[in-house]
Design a protein around this ligand. Structure first.
Ligand code: BV8
Length: 228
């Protein structure tokens, strides 16, 4: 059947684990303007606000959030599939890893990591972001920032992603609204490669019409059905 699969996940795959998505009525960006909490300018303008935005999500991640059936089904696929599989996530949570996936490309960074703004060195996040969360790579030590990709910043791993999209025969998007680029443009690249493109989502995404097929519903139910 398929030999080379690229999977893109978004906040919807973590929704059933209790993680807030961005654009739901009680979404992460309902209370904040994107410009204030997910841009470098917003961070340098008001680091306390941005630090609290990420500290709150880190606390949520630590408070007993568990991976769901969708995460576990993708981990089984990674174990059993004999072809090439690239799992790209827009999510900054570590639920794919907790669900058993070993190779996850976090194109928008990771909530469980902190970064030195001067050297760009990355450290595990062991305490909340704030004035005393300092790097150990500089003298004087620098206050660390979240290791996430804000609007206007370059996503991670794009070369690897584009290379995989050019040769894939299946592109599967799960739980993403298709509103943020360049991730929302991946389906177009997969279609140009002649791949089958499948969307699994609770409701049609902004790029719904570009997918060859759709499985509407909750990821926890649909992903195991589609993957197995
Ligand atoms: C960049 C990390 C330069 C931080 C995030 C064209 C080309 C390139 C760039 C742009 C372009 N046009 C505009 C831009 C600029 C900008 C952009 O896209 N702006 C938008 C607003 C128009 N993009 C950037 O700035 C990017 N960088 O462009 O660099 C460049 C130039 C050229 C080529 C390459 C690079 C950087 C963007 C990264 C921003 N960081 N996150 C953090 O997490 O705090 S974005 C964040 O929102 C996510 O990571 C994700 O990417 C995005 C969308 O979120 P989703 O995951 O889709 O979640 P959402 O809530 O929106 O939707 C959830 C979906 O799940 C819904 O559809 C819902 O129905 C569904 N769902 C809910 N429950 C379930 C479910 N589905 C299944 N089961 C359920 N139970």
């Amino acid at each position: 059947m398929y030999q080379r699969i690229v999977i893109l996940t978004g906040a919807g795959i973590s929704a059933e684990s209790g993680m807030k998505t961005f654009r739901a009525e009680d979404g992460l960006w309902e209370k904040h303007r994107v410009e204030d909490v997910a841009t470098p300018e917003g961070y340098w303008r008001n680091p306390e606000l941005v630090n609290e935005f990420y500290n709150a999500r880190w606390r949520q991640l630590q408070a007993g959030i568990e991976p769901n059936e969708a995460h576990r089904a993708l981990a089984r696929l990674e174990q059993e599939f004999e072809g090439e599989l690239l799992l790209v996530t827009q999510n900054i949570d570590d639920l794919h890893e907790r669900g058993g996936s070993r190779r996850v490309l976090h194109m928008h960074g990771e909530l469980v990591k902190a970064r030195c703004p001067r050297t760009q060195q990355v450290f595990p996040l062991v305490q909340p972001f704030g004035p005393d969360n300092l790097c150990t790579c500089c003298e004087p030590p620098q206050v660390m920032r979240p290791h996430v990709v804000w609007f206007g910043e370059m996503p991670f791993g794009l070369d690897r992603i584009y290379e995989a999209l050019e040769r894939c025969d299946l592109f599967l998007a799960i739980g993403t609204s298709g509103t943020v680029y360049p991730a929302a443009g991946f389906v177009d690249q997969a279609n140009q490669a002649g791949a089958d493109s499948v969307e699994i989502n609770l409701e049609p995404s902004e790029v719904h019409s570009q997918f060859r097929s759709h499985h509407q519903g909750r990821a926890g139910q649909r992903v195991p059905e589609v993957v197995e």
